[in-house]
Design a protein around this ligand. Structure first.
Ligand SMILES: Cc1cc2nc3c(=O)[nH]c(=O)nc-3n(C[C@H](O)[C@H](O)[C@H](O)COP(=O)(O)OP(=O)(O)OC[C@H]3O[C@@H](n4cnc5c(N)ncnc54)[C@H](O)[C@@H]3O)c2cc1C
Length: 389
């Protein structure tokens, strides 16, 4: 089955029709032909080859939602959703282009000057620049106001000192948006976003490629800044101190795209498991013939359907500019929780084979776990939802 979403039997939402549907098919083909055959090698190397990024760029899979005048394809979040869904449906979840496309590039589009957009977006669209966003520090994760990385103005440069950890694409990225304090006394209002082109700066160092339990094909890294010199023209926004507001404005899309990965993996897990239980036999009959199997899968299919309908509605609202931060937090928390549950139950229905790495459900089990942690933990999502009560 090309599109595991079909297992739910739902009509396609309007936003997924026509060219978005074609982009999904193209992305699915690309992931199946270019990434999946080498995925074990990428997991072993703990990163995807740079060459794959360039190929993705050439295929039009980078910056699909950026305007054409800046090298993008002029699409919307629906296009980004199609690409992330294809990644999840093929099962190459560690290929970090979702973050590059729908988190990093939008910061440049929304807060970059005309000059910055012209300089950076076309290279992000080809894959010449690989993007990352560095918020988290060893002492500041959920509480981003506690960021200690400091950028001090010195002539036409910033002198940056500090460190970051858990940064997705952190080994490959040569274009990193860092969250810094330009005025520590002002707390959140003294926070700024500064772009670092790592090929061009002194004082930038990468730490370890961190050893994770899942998403092995994705590089996740520590970063160190020791008197790192960055031109003041790399500040995002027309003045210092805008960083926190910029982060808050962009977080709904970041959270929604975690939901995209979640619903795609849920659908793939269900499709694979339904195939498996039809084939596997015990006590003289197929596993699917046991009532427990049917009830479990009936429950999971029902919840997946609720999740997909909610997700589709969130995307429709987001494209029209109407997805509020509280609903985006609900999507992130609920869909990633459901992903964990579905993948766990589907693994159980595989018996011992589900615990073997050669079965895709085993990798999905490892990869799913982090979805409840990054992008703001699910506890933080509930905190935000709670504030709306
Ligand atoms: C694989 C991976 C990739 C990542 N990629 C990136 C990236 O690209 N860029 C980036 O900047 N960061 C990234 N992160 C970091 C991620 O966003 C943080 O790990 C996350 O925000 C949690 O921060 P923390 O790890 O410091 O946990 P802590 O903040 O120390 O939280 C520990 C526990 O306490 C809970 N907790 C904290 N505060 C509260 C509260 N007020 N109420 C109730 N419970 C609370 C949390 O929910 C959690 O369960 C990544 C992390 C991982 C694991």
């Amino acid at each position: 089955m090309t599109n595991p979403a079909e297992i739910l039997g739902l009509p396609k939402p309007a936003w997924a029709a026509d060219e978005v549907g074609m982009l999904y098919d193209m992305a699915h083909r690309f992931m199946s032909e270019e990434i999946a055959p080498r995925y074990d090698e990428f997991e072993k190397n703990e990163m995807v080859d740079r060459e794959c990024w360039l190929k993705a760029g050439a295929a039009g899979l980078l910056c699909a939602s950026m305007p054409e005048e800046y090298g993008g394809s002029g699409g919307t979040f629906a296009h980004e959703s199609a690409i992330i869904e294809a990644i999840g449906h093929v099962g190459v979840d560690g290929f970090g282009i979702g973050l590059h496309n729908s988190i990093v590039a939008p910061y440049i589009l929304h807060y970059g000057s005309e000059e910055q957009k012209k300089k950076w977006l076309p290279k992000l669209a080809t894959g010449e620049l690989i993007g990352a966003i560095a918020m988290t520090e060893p002492g500041a994760g959920s509480d981003l106001q506690g960021v200690k990385t400091r950028a001090e103005k010195d002539g036409n440069q910033y002198k940056v000192n500090g460190s970051k950890t858990f940064i997705t694409n952190g080994q490959l990225a040569n274009f990193i948006i860092i969250v810094t304090k330009t005025d520590p006394e002002k707390g959140a209002k003294g926070t700024s976003l500064i772009v670092v082109e790592t090929d061009e700066v002194e004082g930038f160092e990468r730490g370890r490629n961190l050893d994770k339990i899942g998403l092995k094909a994705n590089d996740t890294s520590e970063l160190f800044f020791n008197d790192m010199r960055v031109p003041t023209s790399n500040l995002l926004g027309h003045e210092e101190g805008q960083g926190f507001v910029q982060l808050m404005q962009q977080l709904p899309q970041e959270r929604l795209q975690i939901g995209t990965g979640a619903i795609a993996m849920i659908e793939r897990a269900l499709a694979l498991t339904i195939d498996y239980v039809k084939e596997r036999k015990a006590f003289g009959k197929a596993i699917i013939d046991f009532q427990n199997t049917q009830f479990k899968l009936a429950e999971l299919k029902t919840e997946a359907t609720i999740g997909r309908v909610f997700y589709n509605d969130c995307v429709a609202r987001h494209i029209n500019g109407g997805l509020d931060p509280v609903t985006a937090s609900m999507a992130k928390y609920w869909l990633s929780d459901l992903q964990g549950k579905v993948v766990d139950e589907c693994l159980q229905l595989h018996g011992g084979y589900g615990y073997m790495n050669e079965y895709p459900i085993a990798r999905m089990f490892r990869d799913a776990r982090v979805q409840r942690i990054y992008g703001g933990t699910n506890e933080i999502m509930k905190l935000l939802i709670g504030r709306s009560l």
